[in-house]
Write a protein that binds this ligand. Structure first.
Ligand code: ZN
Length: 251
């Protein structure tokens, strides 16, 4: 069965899918205080992004997973927080808005729906999101020291579901790979590159050649919102943020 990333950092459910007291509640409510980003649960295409009387500020995204179509709905977002619009492609985990209290809502929360097939007015395709959202996000327990060694590589491999051996294989010497700590880098011809770096490159939206260099580090710095200089310092701010995110289980 397809699994999806949680649309929030919190997993605090305040109302479940179609309970006996709320048989027409065709989604789940997720609520938590403070600033709560909303994320795309998988890659996909935005089908609607607008302000509805009932849903408030809402985004619909169509996802195709193993040939099956799904549509996710994130409702009641904070006014003015929507960052994607119809036709936009989104990445898995891309922030699309902020939890809010717009529309028919009596307190800040995310109303989240998942449809197997497209959304329709009768919501006949709605499924219980809790059967589809990842049960246990991988959460690392790395020391946040900004030093990218074997433990960080291992955590990244587990998170991105590639082979887990703590080694970044088949790299070439450049300003980034020469700045690595320990034995986590394996130098070779650079012809095949590394699976974990390819997966990381796809996540952050650069050419997936599997080779870690200034372009990939620069893209990672932009993706994680740290200082952009395309360099791997010893220790490094971008690696610290990577370690923090891996510890939270949300890259
Ligand atoms: Zn709801």
């Amino acid at each position: 069965m397809a699994t999806f990333k949680w649309p929030t950092d919190t997993k605090r459910i305040t109302s479940k899918f179609r309970t006996s007291s709320r048989p027409d509640h065709s989604g789940v409510d997720i609520a938590e205080g403070g600033y709560q980003p909303i994320y795309a649960i998988a890659e996909g295409t935005v089908t609607k992004s607008y302000t509805s009387d009932s849903y408030g500020e809402v985004i619909f995204i169509k996802h195709i997973v193993h040939g099956d179509t799904y549509e996710s709905v994130c409702a009641h977002m904070k006014r003015g927080s929507r960052t994607v619009f119809p036709g936009d492609r989104v990445r898995k985990g891309q922030q699309i808005g902020i939890m809010g209290n717009t529309g028919h809502s009596t307190g800040k929360h995310l109303h989240f729906e998942l449809h197997k097939g497209r959304w329709n007015y009768a919501k006949s395709n709605a499924v219980d999101p809790l059967n589809y959202l990842e049960k246990n996000l991988y959460e690392a327990s790395l020391t946040v020291d900004g030093k990218w060694g074997n433990a960080t590589t291992t955590a990244l491999q587990k998170y991105l579901a590639t082979t887990v051996d703590g080694i970044i294989s088949d790299q070439v010497h450049n300003s980034v790979t020469n700045a690595f700590y320990g034995t986590t880098i394996d130098f070779g011809s650079g012809k095949k590159g590394s699976m974990v770096i390819k997966a990381l490159q796809r996540l952050i939206g650069v050419n997936d050649d599997g080779l870690l260099g200034p372009i990939t580090i620069g893209a990672l710095q932009k993706y994680l919102g740290t200082v952009y200089d395309k360099k791997l310092s010893r220790p490094s701010l971008v690696v610290k943020e990577l370690q923090r995110r891996l510890n939270k289980g949300t890259l």
